[in-house]
Ligand binder design. Structure first.
Ligand SMILES: C[S@@+](CC[C@H](N)C(=O)[O-])C[C@H]1O[C@@H](n2cnc3c(N)ncnc32)[C@H](O)[C@@H]1O
Length: 277
């Protein structure tokens, strides 16, 4: 792999310490679009890959521990050729342990895919594209490896938390970010908006479509805090700042608890789909 940026080195370190953290958070939570409910955001992406008898090659870009690939393997679709690529060797080691040898796993970066041009029919990606440096180069590589008319579908971030809990979290988090979080830019801001995605995909992809995907979750404040500990920016705080954030957040969120002690929230995500033009 080429030399990694500071953000990429941090991501590698995080995923070495916590492989499988994303599928642990999202793998069991139902996902809702405006018109349908899915077992999870991974199941949503798996459903988009056509269940056909003809040969079909699928690349999962930023495949992590292979959770999405495992759902595709479980379909027992004989002509499906599955490939996963990730820059984290630790995530890939978990993926290798759970996936059959027929699934090809590549250690590399989305900016330089070691795959032939026009060799992929469907490119999927779950919660990874918004982290990638030089996303324009990643999009060029996505288009290069996809056949003409090949499809692309990705789940990326939209908001952070759902509902009022997000406002409460941002209110206590922002002052800590500005004073105590060392600056580090993950990915390209354009991956956070529909307009940004249209700009990135313009010219090489057509039929660009978006769906808001909500992953509702009603945890106790303590359970929510535990989940937040597995997010990059909170992980990057030093222990003192993290403890101050914990106290401020748990105090601020307490009034939102229902009679059962839980808070209605979840994760606000976006499905981006397009066709290689
Ligand atoms: C939030 S995790 C998601 C993993 C998996 N798709 C899932 O949802 O379970 C993001 C993954 O993207 C990978 N990643 C980030 N930037 C990358 C890049 N430029 N090239 C390849 N992988 C990258 C990380 O190593 C990590 O495994």
């Amino acid at each position: 792999m080429n030399e990694l940026s500071t953000a990429e080195l941090y991501l590698q370190d995080f995923h070495q310490r916590q492989p499988g953290v994303t599928s642990a958070a999202f793998g069991q939570l139902p996902a809702l679009s405006a018109s349908a409910r899915y077992a999870s955001t991974y199941a949503l992406l798996a459903r988009l890959v056509p269940d056909v008898d003809t040969p079909q090659s699928v690349l999962d870009l930023g495949c992590g521990d292979g959770h999405l690939l495992a759902l595709l393997v479980a379909r027992e679709q004989p002509q499906l050729q599955l490939i996963g690529l990730d820059m984290s060797a630790s995530e890939l080691a978990v993926a290798r342990a759970i996936l059959p040898p027929s699934v090809r796993l590549l250690h590399g970066r989305g900016q330089a895919l070691e795959l032939p041009s026009a060799s992929v029919d469907y490119l999927v990606s779950h919660m990874a594209l918004m982290l990638m440096d030089d996303i324009e180069q990643v999009v060029r590589e996505m288009r290069r490896v996809l056949r003409s008319d090949g499809r692309f579908a990705a789940i990326v971030g939209r908001t952070f938390l759902l509902g009022e809990v997000n406002d409460v979290f941002m209110r206590v988090f922002k002052p800590i970010v500005s004073t105590e979080l060392p600056p580090l830019r993950f990915g390209d801001r354009r991956t956070g908006s529909e307009a940004g995605w249209r700009e990135l995909l313009d010219g090489s992809f057509a039929d660009v479509e978006f769906d808001d995907i909500d992953v509702p979750w009603t945890p106790t404040p303590g359970e929510l805090w535990t989940a937040l500990l597995d997010t990059y920016d909170i992980d990057r705080l030093d222990d003192g700042a993290r403890q101050r954030l914990r106290t401020a957040f748990l105090d601020a969120v307490a009034p939102l608890q229902g009679g059962d002690g839980k808070v209605a929230t979840g994760w606000g995500l976006r499905l981006v789909r397009a066709r290689a033009a």
